[in-house]
Write a protein that binds this ligand. Structure first.
Ligand SMILES: *Cc1c(COP(=O)(O)O)cnc(C)c1O
Length: 409
């Protein structure tokens, strides 16, 4: 992995082969300069210099390896890409300006006018807007299906279908999709399966090992984990990623070196954080289920979850995010949910999630507020539904805060 101008002993660079996930999270893909820094350097530079006109020409022409311009490559960004690729078990990763930029890049680099997408109807709201308002303008149509229903995936396939897209568990109702089964259907149709792995991360779910072709992340969520910066990444085979890279370097939806550095630091603690989030969330979900003010809890770690067996099979943990419905008389649902949220003192009232700080929101009037009332009802986003992303505070303090909410319904 030696770079132009630097010849360093192997010992300074880390070779990913044969290491466990916890080790890769800390060490994979690090790029050390000739200074031999122990931590990761940031390269806040737009362009790179050459020792001669000949070297510049050779680098621009692709005959010599090297950086040209940070819209194309940047050492800090590449270090993050190598690390997340190692964690997901993919050949190559391409970092993007945001999670949405990642999805847009996949659509415009891997499909063309006339192609077709089959998408779970339980995906992130902006993903639906992106497909319906913008990807559609490129002549690429999308059909939405119930992600739990394998026959619906099969039935939606057209001769022009090129991509399947899903997110599991879904937000905020924790509906699961059987990744291996949907991958089989996609491959039988000669389509690629893309999985948005934002909620579980490679620590708790490895879509590529289950047969998916591409994984994407809003790195903004758990990969950073501390709510600091926006970014995204897509991971997959070299050939597909080369297409995405070509699109990004041309269209410019690239990640900044500073944000890449923040994500690189985030990945170092990702395994520890995801296990702690999962453990605390399971305890909170089980406890909420026993509270008289709670009508139901949506969390794949609960025995009462209709797809708990699938969760145990395809995930190694259940993640930070859950939904729950408060008990409220007819017509009072929204008011009761708002009273619950307003009575808490510690958890942050915000639409974000996957943070070390617990966050709470009322989906019907925030994240899903732009849907019509009928579409919300069909999607199961009821007015008494609250979404909680469990952070890393003390579980006892969290329960005490949620008890304030319960007392206020
Ligand atoms: C936040 C989010 C996105 C979008 O990512 P940005 O970084 O905000 O662009 C996509 N998918 C899921 C599941 C998300 O939670």
């Amino acid at each position: 992995m030696a770079r132009k101008g630097f010849e360093r002993p192997e010992r300074i660079q880390f070779n990913d082969d044969g290491y466990e996930l916890d080790t890769l999270a800390v060490r994979a893909g690090q790029y050390r300069s000739e200074e031999g820094e122990h931590s990761d350097a940031i390269y806040p530079t737009s362009s790179f210099v050459y020792s001669s006109a000949r070297e510049a020409a050779a680098t621009f022409g692709g005959d010599e390896e090297g950086n040209i311009y940070s819209r194309f490559t940047n050492p800090t960004v590449q270090a993050f890409e190598r690390r997340i690729a190692a964690l997901e078990g993919g050949e190559r990763a391409i970092a993007t300006a945001s999670g949405m930029a990642g999805i847009m890049s996949l659509c415009l680099s891997l499909m063309k006018h006339g192609d077709h997408v089959v998408c779970s109807r339980s995906v992130f709201g902006s993903t639906v807007s992106l497909f319906d308002k913008y990807v559609s303008r490129a002549g690429i149509e999308t059909t939405y299906v119930d992600p739990k229903n394998l026959d619906a995936w099969r039935a939606a396939v057209r001769p022009t279908t090129k991509m399947f897209f899903l997110e599991t568990p879904s937000n905020p109702l924790a509906e699961l999709t059987d990744i291996a089964a949907v991958a089989e259907i996609a491959h039988a149709a000669n389509a690629k399966l893309v999985v948005d792995n934002c909620f579980l991360t490679p620590v708790l779910q490895k879509p590529l090992a289950l047969g998916a072709d591409i994984v994407m992340h809003s790195a903004t969520k758990h990969l950073d984990g501390q709510g600091r910066v926006v970014g995204g990444v897509v991971v997959g085979r070299d050939a597909d990623m080369e297409e995405v890279f070509g699109y990004i370097r041309t269209a410019g939806a690239c990640l900044s070196p500073f944000n890449a550095w923040v994500f690189q630091k985030g990945l170092e603690t990702l395994p520890l954080r995801m296990r702690a989030h999962s453990e605390a969330a399971l305890e909170i979900a089980q406890w909420l289920e026993t509270q008289p003010g709670i009508a139901c809890v949506y969390y794949s770690g609960l025995e009462s979850h209709p797809q708990h067996a699938l969760a145990k099979r395809q995930q190694s943990g259940f993640g930070a995010v859950m939904g729950f419905e408060v008990v409220a008389p007819a017509g009072e649902e929204k008011a009761a949910a708002w009273r619950f949220i307003d009575a808490t003192q510690m958890v942050s009232i915000t639409g974000n999630l996957g943070d070390v700080k617990s966050t709470i929101t009322h989906p019907a009037t925030t994240t899903h507020g732009r849907m019509s009332a009928q579409a919300r009802a069909e999607a199961g986003i009821h007015d008494n539904l609250i979404r909680l992303s469990v952070g890393l505070e003390s579980v006892e303090d969290l329960k005490a805060d949620l008890l304030r909410g319960l007392a206020a319904i």
